[in-house]
Design a protein around this ligand. Structure first.
Ligand SMILES: NC(=O)c1ccc[n+]([C@@H]2O[C@H](COP(=O)([O-])OP(=O)(O)OC[C@H]3O[C@@H](n4cnc5c(N)ncnc54)[C@H](O)[C@@H]3O)[C@@H](O)[C@H]2O)c1
Length: 266
């Protein structure tokens, strides 16, 4: 009999923001575990790299999708279903992250100088978009076959940021990020009870600090706050994500899994 933890052959997994450091790791690991993977992201270099890596795999599909665009989100599952794929795992992974802003050369203003439009842009992508994806899942999938939603929070969802470790760093932890990630878990616990009778589960994963070419100094500072003493490798977050995507997580709903090397447990 197939092992429910490591065999994802019965899973068709839809992922937003699939081209990032974690998303691309999930895609690679889920394909290796036998899943069908429906990846999506904004058009651009990250999407192109993902398609170049997996485009020949018949268990991989890619859709351009801006999760902040209501019309695009409203149509996404109908497009996928029309193409003959039936997602039973949905992963709300796309987000505006500090590393993404740094890569785009965006400044990190002091809290007093944050504009409402910048705040709302982060909220739109990190919190309203997961709501829109979940709402569309409710309309198009929930109740038709068993399914699960995984929302992605952060170690900075339910814990405050340690502001001092960002002194002099090219990127900062910004307020709207942590607030949006706390909200994502609110969506999880609200939906868990709402969907239970229709055979759908929903959980949150809260990754810790994942190494993505951070400086030695940043690794040292953040490492001192983590019981494990170091940043995570993307594959260590993927291990938990694969479990949540698998039939082995079938009795879990409304929960948050912290994969943070003990950061949140001090
Ligand atoms: N890397 C970490 O240390 C860490 C820690 C905690 C939580 N997380 C969370 O994990 C998830 C993945 O993070 P990552 O490190 O891979 O980030 P990343 O910055 O490498 O990737 C984010 C991805 O989201 C996509 N994206 C941004 N806006 C979008 C939009 N409007 N529509 C569609 N896609 C959009 C980007 O194109 C990118 O591919 C995020 O939700 C992030 O908040 C990451």
């Amino acid at each position: 009999m197939a092992d429910p933890v490591s065999d994802l052959s019965g899973r068709t997994i839809f992922i937003t923001g699939s081209g990032g450091v974690l998303g691309s790791t999930y895609v690679r690991r889920m394909l290796a575990a036998g899943a069908h993977v429906i990846a999506s992201d904004l058009p651009g270099a990250r999407a192109d790299a993902l398609k170049a890596l997996h485009g020949d795999d018949p268990r991989f599909r890619f859709y351009d999708l801006d999760v902040s665009d209501e019309d695009q989100v409203t149509g996404i599952f109908q497009r996928i279903l029309a193409d003959g794929w039936q997602p039973n795992v949905v992963l709300n992974n796309a987000a505006i992250t500090g590393e993404l802003l740094m890569g785009a050369g965006k400044p990190f203003p002091d809290f007093a100088d944050i504009s409402v439009s910048d705040w709302e842009r982060t909220m739109r992508t990190n919190l309203t978009a997961p709501f829109m994806v979940a709402r569309q899942m409710d309309r198009d999938i929930v109740g038709k076959w068993p399914c699960t939603l995984i929302n992605v929070a952060s170690m900075y969802a339910l814990n405050g940021a340690h502001h001092k470790i960002y002194d002099g760093m090219p990127f900062k932890n910004f307020s709207a990020y942590g607030v949006s990630k706390a909200g994502v878990h609110g969506l999880t616990v609200w939906l868990a009870g709402y969907w239970a009778a229709r055979g759908a589960t929903v959980n949150t994963i809260a990754p810790g600090a994942v190494f993505n070419n951070h400086s030695e100094e940043f690794q040292r500072r953040v490492g001192e706050l983590i019981m494990a003493g170091r940043m995570a490798k993307p594959d260590e977050i993927a291990d938990a994500m694969l479990f949540l995507s698998s039939p082995a997580a079938g009795y879990m709903t409304g929960q948050m899994i912290n994969v943070d090397g003990g950061f949140s447990a001090w």
